[in-house]
Design a protein around this ligand. Sequence first.
Ligand SMILES: Cc1cc2nc3c(=O)[nH]c(=O)nc-3n(C[C@H](O)[C@H](O)[C@H](O)COP(=O)(O)OP(=O)(O)OC[C@H]3O[C@@H](n4cnc5c(N)ncnc54)[C@H](O)[C@@H]3O)c2cc1C
Ligand code: SF4
Length: 310
Amino acid sequence: MLKILTNPADIKGATGEIRAGGTDLHDRYRMGVSSGAIIDIHKLDFGSIIENADGSMTIGANVTIDDVGQHPKIQSGYGTLSKAANGLATPQIRWAASFGGSLLQKTRCSYFRHPDLPCTKKGNAECGGRDGQHSNGVVFDKGGCTHSHSSTLATALLAYNATIRTTQREMPIADLYGDGSAHDRDHLLNENEILTHVILPAAIAGEKTAYFRSISRFEAEWPIVECSVRLVVEDDMITDAGVGVGGVSQIPLRLSNVEAALIGQPATQATIEKAAAVSAENANPLPQSAWKVDMMIGTILQTLEMALNG
Ligand SMILES: Cc1cc2nc3c(=O)[nH]c(=O)nc-3n(C[C@H](O)[C@H](O)[C@H](O)COP(=O)(O)OP(=O)(O)OC[C@H]3O[C@@H](n4cnc5c(N)ncnc54)[C@H](O)[C@@H]3O)c2cc1C
Ligand code: SF4
């Protein structure tokens, strides 16, 4: 059954999975991993990008990933977000997929994506990945799910400490994902709660930004590790920093220890090398994912270098 919403209030009492662009949902339905009624939200009025009087930006959840990547104000003021949006998936996916769906997509773990394999996120008691194949698993193991979160744009939004708005509340982007202890969830929205907008704080003039992904092939693939960086440099000193990293944890991570190692330090190669190394301080990889610790440090360093020297 398909219900097409034209008013967000009509979600009350509706049953089924929300569909925006459908690029993740239909893949799962086709594979027999998900099934049942669909609540389509693409007609809801969350499809614009607005610059507010205080300089902040409000981005509707139904704008496409391409809209985000190509928007001139996002390109000029929020470089790592626009670079991440333009660097993920394929042009076809970026034209079809929504900004909201990119933050709320379900895991790409191959146990989850196979209809016959066990996975806590499909309601089974067992996590197939933990005792099985997890060579592309997390670097920061919290027990339970061993697969990293799939959202590239969440990583970039963490670097800006963005706020999200839903039909029920407003909260920092980090609270959308929690601390990673909810192993059966990809995000913490309630059933029938619709993500409506993302709010970015006012842009900082002259901010240096970069996005980099370590990937096994050039495009059309989720990265192994990815990083979003924003740096504010004044008089050769780093005065503010935002560092988000993906591919290493069950949730998209903001690395406050790396940020602390950057802020107040001279904007030099030595500073960013030290800061990148700090990222591994609390690493506790899985038996098969230990190789990703070096890849994480290298990916963060590469992104910091691109931001500083770009
Ligand atoms: C080849 C390929 C490569 C890719 N590479 C990347 C990559 O590198 N990085 C990356 O991040 N993604 C990647 N993707 C995934 C892609 O970004 C997602 O499929 C897409 O963003 C999902 O958006 P959608 O609008 O199609 O979501 P849908 O398929 O419509 O929905 C996805 C999920 O989000 C929920 N949802 C959607 N919108 C809302 C809302 N407003 N409120 C509440 N719930 C909602 C739905 O219920 C569903 O569970 C790739 C996809 C492909 C096919
Ligand atoms: S690693 Fe996560 S997604 Fe994969 S099988 Fe285990 S619980 Fe499911």
